[in-house]
Ligand binder design. Structure first.
Ligand code: DX5
Ligand code: ZN
Length: 226
């Protein structure tokens, strides 16, 4: 099992963002998670393609853009040009899910769907072969620093089984990412439920030593492999 840790820069110090992303990559981040909010799909407003392009030269790891916006399609090419590597969106925010997935791939990025805690999984039904990643929210989107919603564990197990069945039938690999309230003390349980990619914002950026948190998370993850 390959585990990936994706620090969410939502909890970084935006006045020192270049330094923050360099430090968190040096601390062992596998991806940079980039939360895009529009004060429309979610009640908060964050960062867009300009900021993605600004951090791109500072990091060698993939940038994982999580779009919490509607409409989706207009801005996808802008993020690809700004150096995004993965782009995920919420299916209920797109009128044409298949088209949006195709657009993200045409732009040269990996594509995925994001499910809010109460968003049903039927959106997966006809697009499994088009997905590189599935992101399950374990908080309601819009803010960092919220509590992990335990019902996400059962949902992770269901999606893990769907991915495994898809692969067993000859399908491509699909990453299973979890976002919201991930901490050192719950990451092992979340991994056992099936996640392989872990977004962590406040758990990392609230601490003075990012490497210590990433190492502690990896140590917890290692306990799930035995
Ligand atoms: C919430 C965002 C998350 C958030 C996670 O809408 O999608 O990525 O930054 O923050 P923590 O890890 O603090 O819950
Ligand atoms: Zn996110």
């Amino acid at each position: 099992m390959t585990f990936r840790i994706a620090p969410s820069i939502l909890s970084a110090d935006f006045a020192r963002l270049g330094e923050e992303v360099r430090n968190v990559v040096a601390a062992g981040a596998d991806l940079i998670h980039f939360d895009v909010m529009d004060n429309h799909y979610v009640p908060n407003l964050t960062i867009g393609p300009l900021v993605c392009a600004a951090i791109r030269p500072h990091v060698q790891v993939p940038i994982d853009v999580h779009l919490m916006i509607t409409p989706v399609d207009r801005i996808v090419p802008d993020f690809a040009k700004a150096g995004a590597n993965l782009i995920t969106f919420h299916p209920e925010a797109s009128e044409h899910i298949d088209r949006t997935l195709a657009l993200i791939k045409e732009c040269g990025c990996k594509a995925g769907l994001v499910f809010n805690p109460a968003t049903p999984l039927h959106y997966l039904d006809h697009v499994m072969d088009k997905l590189d990643i599935i992101l399950l929210m374990s908080v309601n989107p819009g803010f960092g620093g919220q509590q992990f919603i335990p019902a996400a564990l059962a949902k992770l197990r269901v999606v893990r089984a769907r991915i495994d069945a898809h692969k067993a039938a000859g399908g491509q690999d699909i990453w299973l990412e979890v976002d919201g309230g991930v901490k050192t003390d719950n990451i092992a349980e979340i991994a056992r439920a099936g996640a392989d990619t872990f977004v962590a914002g406040s758990a990392i950026f609230s601490q003075p030593d990012y490497a210590a948190v990433v190492q502690a998370m990896r140590k917890e993850l290692a306990t799930t492999c035995s």
